[in-house]
Write a protein that binds this ligand. Structure first.
Ligand code: SF4
Length: 514
């Protein structure tokens, strides 16, 4: 069978999409090539968030074409993901050696399309049309890594963490962002569907699940009726005629996933405190996302839940309360702030103010002392003045982020910000990037240093990428810890004593080695 190599650019959503495509191809009999040099199919899963990412993928394809067409003319070459979606046919017109362009709602057709191209039944395929229900098709996993093995016949070791895609698209339309145009409108999978996938992963040894989406806090707000969301597509037959409260028993087996009955009460019934079957309904109306967290939290054997990316707008009191209540939800929140200036936040169409953002952080820190906070910040947004930028610096100092991903504003075509007056010159973007980086690094150094001497629980994920002789794990607050261990510790929750702090990495000694 043919072998395939997928190179991924961009975010965790892209990583997850590549994994699902690879798993789909493996199920069809394809093998995974260890490098593009020996692959029969080379796919580039692309990112459009910044111009730089697009140029990188385009240059890569130019090099791949130069290499393969000379020595292996039959290799199938394809683009998939966000740039494939936004540029479509233009990619084939520009690079006629490209055989396949696969949009963001078409990943599940990858195997069929490749079969056709490899068999010579079709010469080119460009498919970037919208497809209803595609959000539920990203579900296959490669739990044994994105490699065909070591070539020595041994199966690669199991992954202990997994990403689960819960929704696609975004309706927020931040003025700088191309995602709503490349990923489309928000579409959510149903809770039973997601829970079934998580259960399956846990039964195979996964201990930590990260729920993924472009804007997870908007999960379930569009596209589904509440009943469908909770109970699956055939909800009408499944809506229970009797419901019980927080302390009640779960739904019968034919009710789909084990969504706690209390959540059904809060969703399907009017929000009040009246008594149903002797149990008081929760007064706090929970968003579909919190209901999903509740349902996933019920899964036996699952140790940790993470999610990304949320939007500060979605941090209602119900989500804060979930942090206080759900022990498997780790002490980490990634909260993209983008700017510390209200004026710029408004221009960005972010939908919150600096004060609202800070109040969310304060509530989270009260709910979960020691919670790790990371963020995304854009510098040099059109019209950003020195004063606006100073406010971003002061926000960074006020919040004391554990980690921040800083992006120099990049003009994306067809987005409102690209057309705004007062584009900030590149030189100033770079200078602000550097100044903010210095503040972020100085804060992180202090915060990471404060962990030295403390004992922390980590989930051991596998060998360190930089030094495979050592193992790495992750704390609940999302700090990577490198320590001397062995393969037998993979998948274990263990305590380590932190002995040293590097930049964004901790080093530890196992407190107990079993
Ligand atoms: S919420 Fe995130 S994905 Fe959606 S438009 Fe804004 S930045 Fe883009």
């Amino acid at each position: 069978m043919p072998s395939v190599y997928i190179k991924t650019y961009g975010c965790q959503m892209n990583e997850r999409d590549s994994e699902a495509v690879a798993a789909q191809l493996v199920a069809k009999g394809y093998t995974l090539a260890p490098s593009e040099a020996v692959a029969d199919v080379i796919l580039l899963n692309t990112c459009s968030v910044r111009d730089f990412a697009e140029q990188k993928a385009l240059n890569k394809m130019v090099n791949v074409i130069a290499e393969t067409r000379r020595t292996r003319p039959n290799v199938v070459l394809g683009f998939m993901g966000c740039m494939a979606q936004s540029r479509g046919q233009e990619l084939v017109d520009r690079l006629p050696d490209v055989d396949l362009v696969l949009g963001t709602q078409k990943f599940h057709h990858a195997a069929d399309y490749l079969d056709e191209l490899l068999a010579g039944r079709r010469e080119k395929i460009v498919d970037v049309a919208a497809e209803q229900g595609s959000e539920a098709t990203i579900r296959e996993h490669l739990l044994y890594g994105n490699a065909a093995g070591n070539g020595d016949g041994r199966r690669p070791p199991l992954q202990v963490t997994a990403f689960v895609s819960i929704m696609q698209g975004c309706n927020q339309y931040c003025t700088f962002c191309i995602v709503p145009y490349t990923r489309g409108e928000e579409r959510s999978r149903s809770i039973p569907d997601i829970v079934a996938e998580c259960r399956q992963l846990v039964s195979q040894g996964v201990k930590e699940i990260t729920l993924l989406g472009q804007i997870v806090t908007s999960y379930g707000k569009r596209g589904f009726g509440r009943a469908e969301l909770l109970l699956g597509q055939d909800a009408q037959q499944r809506v229970p005629t009797t419901v019980v409260g927080r302390a009640g028993s779960p739904l019968p087996a034919d009710g789909g996933a084990s969504v706690p009955a209390s959540r059904l009460v809060s969703s399907l019934a009017p929000p009040n405190d009246t008594v149903a079957h002797g149990v008081t309904r929760p007064s706090l109306q929970e968003s579909p996302f919190v209901q999903l967290l509740d349902a996933v939290h019920e899964i036996e054997g699952l140790e940790r839940i993470r999610f990304t990316s949320p939007h500060p707008k979605g941090y209602g009191d119900d989500l804060i309360e979930a942090y206080a209540r759900l022990s498997k939800l780790v002490e980490h929140a990634h909260l993209p702030v983008q700017s510390g200036s209200d004026r710029v936040l408004k221009l960005m169409h972010r939908g919150y103010t600096r004060a609202r953002y800070v109040s969310i952080i304060e509530k989270l820190r009260r709910a979960r002392p020691g919670i790790g906070i990371s963020t995304d910040i854009i510098v040099g947004f059109p019209g950003e003045t020195e004063d606006d930028f100073e406010q971003t610096l002061s926000l960074a100092r006020e919040v004391e982020f554990d980690q921040a991903y800083i992006f120099k504003y990049s003009q994306r075509r067809d987005t409102p910000a690209a057309e705004m007056a007062n584009q900030v010159p590149q030189k100033i973007r770079e200078e602000r990037n550097q100044r903010l980086l210095e503040v972020i690094n100085e804060i992180a150094k202090r915060r990471f240093g404060a962990f030295v001497g403390r004992q922390m629980q980590i989930l051991v994920e596998g060998p360190s990428k930089k030094n495979p002789a050592r193992m790495t794990g992750r704390t609940r607050c999302n700090k990577i810890v490198v320590f001397d261990g062995s393969e037998r510790h993979r998948g274990q929750l263990m305590d380590v004593k932190i002995t040293r702090a590097g930049s964004f990495t901790l080093y530890g000694d196992p407190a107990i080695l079993e």
